[in-house]
Design a protein around this ligand. Structure first.
Ligand SMILES: [Zn+2]
Length: 130
């Protein structure tokens, strides 16, 4: 499953970030372009599997959709557009270059406050094995 390997790679980076701040992760934020080939629903499903046993085991995956940006090769006009409309709105040119919209980026993580009174009421999950 494509999304599972994406999540595994994502979580390795999340773990490294969280470890340096000695915290537990409450949310993982990613930006997914409409042309990234990533299905948000499948990614969220895969994340729930992949997060097990990590610092992000109770974290929520927040997926933000990135805009598609194109540049016209004829008039150099740059614009945001829909994924299925890759022609230049300025001159009608059909030869455009994709600037963004096919990326999947880790944009940030939220960490749980470890202090007393924090509403970290999420159930503890035991690490597998050990
Ligand atoms: Zn143009």
């Amino acid at each position: 499953m494509h999304e599972l390997s994406i999540c595994a790679a994502l979580l390795r980076r999340v773990e490294a970030l969280a470890a340096s701040k000695a915290g537990r992760v409450s949310a993982v934020r990613v930006t997914a372009g409409p042309l990234s080939g990533v299905e948000p629903d499948l990614l969220a499903q895969a994340f729930r599997v992949a997060r097990t046993g990590t610092r992000a085991s109770t974290a929520e995956l927040i997926i933000e959709r990135a805009p598609v940006r194109i540049r016209c090769l004829r008039c150099r006009h740059e614009t945001e557009t829909a994924a299925n409309a890759l022609t230049c709105p300025a001159c009608g040119g059909e030869r455009t270059q994709l600037l963004s919209g096919d990326e999947l980026l880790l944009t940030g993580i939220d960490l749980l406050e470890a202090g007393p009174g924090a509403d970290a009421s999420a159930p503890r999950s035991c690490p597998p094995g050990s």
